[in-house]
Design a protein around this ligand. Sequence first.
Ligand code: 13P
Length: 248
Amino acid sequence: MPRQFCVGGNWKMNGDKAQITGIMDTLKGATLDPNTEVVLGCPAIFLEFTRSNLPARFGVAAQNSYKVAKGAFTGEISPAMIRDVGCDWVILGHSERRAIFGESDQLVAEKVIHALQSGLKVIACIGETLEEREAGKTEEVVFRQSKALADAIGADWSNVVVAYEPVWAIGTGKTATPQQAQDVHAALRKWFAANVSQAVADAVRIQYGGSVTAANCKELGACPDIDGFLVGGASLKPEFIDIINARM
Ligand code: 13P
């Protein structure tokens, strides 16, 4: 079975109701590749607003969730709450969460398994820093991050999308070349075959993220192991439509 192309827009901590309304109008008015799944990662406070103003054709994702359903965890939100406002997705393990907020592989894995058990679909992010790449450690890092996920998730990855986002490419305008991205995606798929199962390796969608634009998305999207994108800056702009349509 071919893997369905999946494009996520990660708005990060950007937007207000007026700007989000503009983005939604652009999305609703556009001709979109019917074969591409689209998920919008929106700030928690706007999840319900965004969900209630978009057709079901669009998924809406939180950008974080905690590892338990409720309790004394001031400032956190749970997968149960995300579902309660009608959303189906959460982005977890983004490099900004890992680097700025100190999230470990272990915590990310605990959040992922709790989100899955709560009925959310998860975009799980991995990726190496520039220092790690230059030290030749790219595979070591993304395999370590994948192992933490695999130890928690087990055999069923049907509600998981993996986002490979090299940290050095995020928000820098320095996109991985299609060959660099394809090499890591292919290595990850081999890792999944060896460490989870061939079925998961064949079926799991691996998005590329890091300075994806309308100008570079077609070449990246043509790579056999790239199954979509996770887009930051460009997801706030009309060019996001071209990125959704990269394979059209
Ligand atoms: P940019 O597309 O702005 O580089 O961000 C990528 C990203 O972090 C998506 O999660």
